[in-house]
Design a binder for this molecule. Structure first.
Ligand SMILES: Cc1cc2nc3c(=O)[nH]c(=O)nc-3n(C[C@H](O)[C@H](O)[C@H](O)COP(=O)(O)OP(=O)(O)OC[C@H]3O[C@@H](n4cnc5c(N)ncnc54)[C@H](O)[C@@H]3O)c2cc1C
Length: 332
């Protein structure tokens, strides 16, 4: 049985107290929300904070407020995936967020796991998500305790994969996030939260910053979808996730703007910019969808670091992009 290492635990009730505790703990500290990612990582000694600051008692992180038709909706970072799935406003105005949450792990883990924890999920890799003895057996890897990336041994960067289902979805929707640290607050587009090509420092968030709110834009006529590839439908991390969002002109036929974000294929969420351009200014018909899927396939360069062969994962980009876009043509 894998045991947790010893650590000091705090459970503050206020955001101000949580960020103060983190400032005092410095690099030894780490926030925990549902713990469905952090605690297994601690058991495998992938992450070894000496001070853990629990967020589950902070009521301010658990609220869903605002109006989907005017101001947009604020979702607290501590809202659980189950709460998200069951919330009426999310179901009615942001169904793609509930749909992606439903595809995360299992109902039991959804009861614990939070939206904030999902957005800040550690990157994943076959050579990293192993117990301590396994990792020691291969002299560890670049991401933790070693100096070689076993996925690409000549590489100076870590190729661990961004694998959280809500990330591509919320980027496609143009969501913003609020980060709070002692005496400082900032709001940034969620896309700016992720570093490019860095599986180790995969977030631009400062260590002492607490993610407090996810700010959804007003539901002003866009349509969005998410298609997820994984081995077992019952539960598994994505090895490819395609989020699509499309805004139509007043004629309800011509695409005014489009976002196509690929997840679980690189150390960061990947915006398929050429594919997006091919969708804009024309109807979302079969030809447009086929062209966009080909362009997305061209930029996707998965490596051999997750389940399934990388060549097959690349091949799957085409049909999964087509699936996501076809759903927007024929919304249920
Ligand atoms: C068997 C299994 C299957 C899974 N399948 C999937 C899957 O299919 N898709 C998927 O996306 N995920 C999956 N997960 C991962 C996980 O359950 C979810 O991503 C979940 O939403 C993580 O949320 P959490 O609150 O438990 O995160 P935690 O473990 O509490 O935290 C995760 C990270 O975020 C940080 N953090 C959390 N909240 C904050 C905050 N407010 N501010 C600053 N830092 C914060 C923590 O310090 C930690 O680094 C799976 C996990 C397991 C164990």
């Amino acid at each position: 049985m894998m045991r947790l290492p010893k650590f000091e635990y705090h459970a503050p009730r206020k955001i101000a107290d949580a960020v103060k505790l983190m400032a005092e703990a410095g690099r030894e500290g780490q926030f925990v929300a549902g713990g469905t990612d952090l605690y297994p990582n601690m058991k495998r000694r992938q992450q070894t904070p000496k001070v853990v600051i629990g967020l589950h008692r902070i009521a301010a992180l658990k609220k869903i407020t605002g109006s989907a038709s005017t101001t947009g909706v604020s979702v607290g970072a501590g809202v659980t995936l189950t709460e998200l799935i069951e919330n009426r406003t999310i179901q009615k105005y942001y169904p793609v967020i509930a749909q992606a949450a439903r595809l995360i792990s299992t109902p039991i883990l959804q009861n614990m796991g939070t939206l904030g924890g999902n957005l800040l999920l550690d990157t994943r890799c076959n050579y990293y998500d192993q117990n301590y003895e396994w990792r020691k057996g291969v002299h560890f890897c670049l991401k933790k305790d070693g100096d070689t990336c076993w996925v690409a041994p000549g590489s100076k960067i870590c190729w661990a994969v961004q694998s959280a289902d809500e990330v591509p979805v919320l980027i496609a929707l143009g969501v913003r996030v609020k980060l709070v640290s002692p005496g400082r607050e900032r709001v940034i587009p969620i896309a700016q939260l992720y570093s490019r090509f860095d599986g180790i420092h995969y977030l631009t968030k400062q260590h002492d910053e607490l993610l407090t709110e996810i700010l959804l834009p007003p539901a002003n006529g866009w349509r969005a979808s998410y298609a997820k590839l994984r081995r077992r439908g019952a539960f598994d991390f994505p090895v490819l996730g395609v989020a699509a969002c499309v805004w139509f002109e007043d004629d309800h036929a011509t695409v005014r703007d489009a976002k196509l974000i690929l997840g679980a294929i690189a150390p960061h969420p990947l915006e398929a910019t050429e594919a997006q351009k091919l969708l804009i200014g024309r109807p979302l018909d079969e030809n447009a969808i086929r062209a966009a899927a080909a362009a997305a396939h061209a930029v996707a360069k998965p490596l051999d670091n997750t389940d399934f062969l990388m060549y097959w994962r690349k091949q799957m980009v085409r049909p999964y992009v087509e699936q996501a876009l076809n759903e927007l043509r024929n919304p249920k």
